[in-house]
Structure formats: C-alpha cells, structure tokens
Design a binder for this molecule. Sequence first.
Ligand code: KIV
Length: 279
Amino acid sequence: MKNTVTTLKQMKKDGQKISMLTCYDYTTAKIMEESGINAILVGDSLGMTMMGYEDTLPVTMEDMIHHTACVSRGLKNTFLVADMPFMSYQTSTYDAVKNAGRLIKEGHAQAVKLEGGASVCEQIRAIVKADIPVVAHIGLTPQSVNAFGGFKVQGKEYDQAIQLIRDAKAVEEAGAFMVTLECVPEKLATLISKELSIPTIGIGAGAGCDGQVLVYQDMLGMFSGFKPKFVKHFANIGEIMKDAFMTYDKEVKEQSFPSEEHNFKIDENILLNIEVMAE
Ligand code: KIV
C-alpha cells in the first residue's frame, strides 16, 4: 500500500502506529522500502551522520536536495519527507516556499519538515498554501542548539510545557499534517498526541506518540561511544561491518582473496598467442 498524507492521517484515526526512519542514500532506502517502513525522513542530521559535522547548522539546500533525490530513487510506497536546513526558511516566507518547492521538484520529496512552533507558523501557512505538505518539529529542535545552550530535554518545566502545547496546537492550526516531538517527557508527549488531530511522531518522547522516528545509524548500532537514552540498538551493524572489513584486510594481505571462484577465465590459446606477442 502506498503511504500518503491521507493514509498517515488515517493511521492515527485507526489507532495504528506509524514507523519512520531517517535515510540518506539509495541502497538503504531500498532496504527500508522492502521492510514496510511507513515513512522516511531525509533529516538534516545527515550533517552529522554522513558529513561528520558537529551539528546540523552547516547543512545546505544542495546537501538536502542531493540526498533526498538519492533516497527517492529507492522508494515506491514509502512516504518521503525532507528536512528544510538551517536558514532555508527562517529568513522569510518567500525563502520558505521557494526552498520547500526545490525539495519537492528537485529532491522528489512528498513533504518537507521544518523546526519551530508558533514562531514559524507564517512559513508553514505559506508552504501549505503552495500545496506542499508540512511536518512540523517541536521540542528539542537541533537547529536551535546555540539558543538552547546544548541538546536538552524540552518541556520539563511548567512554562516550557505550556509553550510546547501551544506550539503543537499552533502548527496544527497553521496546516502542518504531522508533527515531530523530540526529547519531550513521555506524559507530556502523550497529552499533546491526544490533544491534536494530526499524528505526532516521537523521538525520545515515549510510546504515547502516534509514531516513532529514529536515526538509522543509531538504531543499527553503527556508532560506538555515546548512545542517547531514547535510542535502542536493534542490531549491532557497526561491529558486523568492522569484522567484515578486518577479515577483508587480512585476506587481501595473506592472498586468500580473491580465490579461484572470483576469477574470470581466458582461453588458453589466446593467452599463448598474447605471451608469444609479448616476447
Ligand atoms: O534531522 C533529523 O534526523 C531529525 C530527526 C531526528 C527527527 O530531525
């Protein structure tokens, strides 16, 4: 079944949970498509996971379009959302519509995601007016890392919690068809999910959300070292890859790879003639 804005909204009405993962390349997109994941987010987290930046701030429209187009070529039924990078929509509604349009036209996304609540409602309204579906993103919004003073859980204090509820209602009212809740206390996220008619997609926001999203390298255990509290390793692909790379290195050096089964053949008579010519 093809996932669309309509089917994703219907899933909330039917009490079915929505699965979403980040993805940044064609090969992984194909595997996710075959796995039945409902939606893929080409997140600006690619700045960290694919490009090695400290945060998402340096990511450009060109980076987003490039990776979104790669992912789109691997998909048929999975819904594709692309992140609007830092400063591609904050500057004006004109920039917001123009850049959202590029992610749809050049990246072949079906929706765009942007960070912020009430403060970006004008942009959400303008993009929706251009018939581009919008996913909002509230709570911990990584593009505001400098304003927040680090990556911190949002909504733990009374005032912050009230602001989050207001932001959630504001983005729904502005026309967002879905909203991501990042690093929000579980009970607050559950309350927001009940208050809204649009689906909430949680990351570090508990099971009361209407769906979940994770960064795929996190859930596959591809990074060693720091593991955020909300991440579960569904596999240890990092270890499997490292073992395979080490075995390859060893076999190349001890000359057990490539072996007979990997070689192409040439007719012995042709080879003989070549050897005579070469003399
Ligand atoms: O950029 C991203 O990957 C995201 C998710 C963490 C929701 O915004």
